[in-house]
Design a protein around this ligand. Structure first.
Ligand code: ADP
Ligand code: F6P
Length: 499
């Protein structure tokens, strides 16, 4: 084969990927399994050091990639090519390969199209969605950039597993150049009803990008159905065959599997952490440090307007105001990981939450004894486990959420079967964890009633519910999730079949 053409500043797509004489050259380090996500599992922190990237994607993928020869392609959080320090070459068993973003890429692809257009659109239009052609151009450009790195990095007949809404065009670019690669994409967010997605001026391109995969995974059956309905409306499905648990469609003569693959947690790892007596001691010490309240409520989220942190704080404030809760008996801990500080909507949400925190403590705390403890920080997972062990009631109240791993982590920690999970009907998790106390975060009065029920739920009833949820989690672990996804890839696109 002829050597591949030089990669100029504009990337290979300036030439058109189909014109490349040798998509497998130049030689470099190639891997059998390639993970592509917007972010690497580590990102530059404010001080030039490296910290774990926030969010459920990293939590889940680091668990399932342990022991596999894989590379993770992603952005390292810096801007421009001349980052002060390169990311570590490895993260656990995985090699890391960074994709650089310019300031314009960051503004238009990350803040703009990914988080100003797609994120609100995919979360049922919670924030008004903006459609800008310059953002779209950047999204396309960055997807091409990621595709170029994947093409260079994936072995012949290797597997490329793409994650999330940032990279929905990437499959089409990769398939054009490397039909041998088995391509899967898992969407961690919800997928909206086709009626909502039809607003997107680039709906055909997004549909075609996703359909260039072999397997598209969604969090819930509703998300998968929404996508199938869109593909149908776009006239892309030649044949539709429900083959439980996926639906196979034929697109340009090719099989594509579309299905729900609910993401989960590493229950054995969590169980091991919880069974360490030091963890229980730390949880007890933590509870004592709060003055041993009769009731301890907990919220743990990325600080995001989709998470309903404000809704739960308003319900808590009203329960204190109308005397249902006694501030001398209750403590609420809310941990919020800093996230997307520069993106529209996030700083307003933060201001609103922090004003609520101030007002609640202003009205109901005693000197030296806040009723609400608020941390705007990322904590080590061990510390979160201690909080999960200590809390009587876990409040997970998003307005819309693809899955929500925090809810599953709380249940995985409750080895003695006690504890109550208050869970929004609009979290993907609610499809699986029916025994949680479900609530509607848009209904403050309803949420107050559910919190009241949670605080008075008899221990036997708690155990009954928690045990049922634990049984479900142990039968559907994060490892089952990944293996199920890879199995479908093998089935739809057996190794060596194309390319
Ligand atoms: P998302 O992916 O939208 O952030 P998830 O609930 O699915 O939401 O995943 C969040 C992940 O981040 C969980 O694994 C949770 O333990 C972790 N996490 C949440 N808050 C914090 C925090 N303050 N510090 C460290 N990790 C956190
Ligand atoms: O699906 C939620 C998500 O986009 C995940 O991909 C990631 O875990 C999290 O949000 C973090 O977001 P960001 O990379 O924008 O900080």
């Amino acid at each position: 084969m002829a050597p591949r053409q030089a990669h100029d500043d504009q990337g290979i797509y300036a030439l058109g990927v189909a014109d490349l004489p040798d998509p497998l050259g130049p030689p470099g380090v190639r891997h059998d399994v390639v993970i592509a996500a917007n972010r690497l599992p580590v990102r530059l922190d404010g001080d030039g050091g490296w910290a774990l990237s926030p969010g459920g994607l990293v939590t889940a993928m680091t668990a399932v990639m342990e022991g596999r020869d894989a590379v993770w392609i992603g952005w390292d959080g810096g801007l421009g090519d001349a980052a002060d320090s390169a990311p570590p070459a490895r993260f656990g068993d995985m090699a890391l390969r960074s994709v650089s973003l310019s300031e314009t890429d960051y503004a238009d692809y990350y803040e703009g199209f990914s988080n100003g257009t797609l994120w609100p659109l995919y979360h049922n239009g919670l924030l008004s969605t903006r459609f800008r052609r310059s953002w779209w151009a950047a999204y396309r450009r960055v997807n091409e950039k990621f595709a170029k790195v994947a093409i260079e990095t994936t072995e012949q007949d290797g597997t490329l597993w793409i994650h999330d809404y940032h990279l929905q065009l990437m499959p089409a670019f990769v398939r054009e150049a490397r039909p041998d690669i088995r391509i899967g994409l898992f969407l961690h967010t919800p997928f909206p009803p086709s009626q909502l997605l039809m607003r997107l001026p680039w709906r055909e391109a997004i549909t075609d990008g996703l359909l260039a995969t072999d397997v598209i995974g969604f969090q819930t059956p509703t998300d998968a159905r929404n996508f199938l309905s869109l593909a149908h409306r776009m006239g892309r499905t030649e044949e539709v065959m429900p083959i439980d648990p996926v639906t196979e469609i034929i697109v340009e003569g090719r099989r594509v599997a579309v299905g729900s693959f609910p993401i989960s947690v590493d229950v054995d790892r969590i169980d091991e952490m919880v069974r360490d007596p030091a963890a229980r001691e730390a949880a007890n010490a933590f509870r004592e440090s709060l003055g041993s309240p009769k009731h301890l409520l907990l919220g743990v989220d990325r600080l995001d307007y989709t998470k309903g942190i404000d809704a739960r704080l308003k319900a808590f404030e009203e329960l204190l105001r109308d005397g249902t809760l006694d501030p001398a008996e209750v403590a609420f801990v809310q941990v919020a990981t800093p996230s997307r500080d520069d993106v529209r909507g996030y700083s307003n949400t933060r201001t609103e939450i922090e004003q609520l925190v101030g007002s609640i403590n202003g009205n109901y705390a005693q000197l030296g004894k806040p009723v609400l403890h608020y941390l705007h920080q990322s904590l080590p997972f061990e510390d979160l486990v201690h909080l999960f062990l200590a809390a009587d009631v876990m409040l997970v109240t998003p307005f819309e959420d693809g899955m929500n791993l925090v809810a599953k982590e709380y249940i995985a920690c409750r080895t003695d079967g006690t504890g109550v999970l208050v869970l929004s009907e609009f979290a993907g998790t609610a499809v699986e964890l029916h025994q949680a106390l479900l609530c509607n975060p848009f209904d403050t009065a309803g949420m107050k009633r559910v919190i009241e029920t949670a605080l008075t739920l008899p221990v036997e009833e708690q155990r009954h519910r928690v045990r049922a949820m634990r049984t479900h989690l142990w039968a559907n672990t994060v490892h089952d999730w990944a293996e199920g996804f890879f199995r479908h890839l093998d089935d739809v696109h057996p190794r060596g079949q194309r390319g």
